[in-house]
Design a protein around this ligand. Structure first.
Ligand code: SF4
Length: 89
């Protein structure tokens, strides 16, 4: 999803991450895309728990909600849609 609200939320998140970087503060998903965007739901669940202390949690959650992100973990929530198992069909 795109639009002015999404862009504004994205810019707020980006600004927050730049601010953290400028002050030498890291955040849990930094350089951990392998876990946050894993194809394995258990790994994404682990990533979601690791978000808890993130100093950008609010901005991240607002962006993900505005953009209706549907891939990976954002602000402690796995937004990847559940896939039905082959046997469930
Ligand atoms: S809250 Fe967002 S920015 Fe922070 S670790 Fe989680 S996914 Fe990354």
């Amino acid at each position: 999803m795109t639009g002015p609200a999404v862009e504004a939320a994205f810019l707020r998140l980006a600004a927050r991450l730049v601010e953290l970087d400028d002050t030498g503060t890291t955040w849990p998903c930094r350089n951990r895309g392998d876990l946050w965007y894993s194809d394995d739901a258990d790994e994404r669940a682990a990533a979601a728990e690791l978000c808890a202390p993130c100093p950008a949690l609010d901005e991240c959650g607002r962006y993900a909600a505005a953009a209706r992100e549907r891939h990976g973990v954002w602000a402690g929530r796995d937004r990847t849609p559940c896939r039905r198992k082959e046997n469930d069909r």
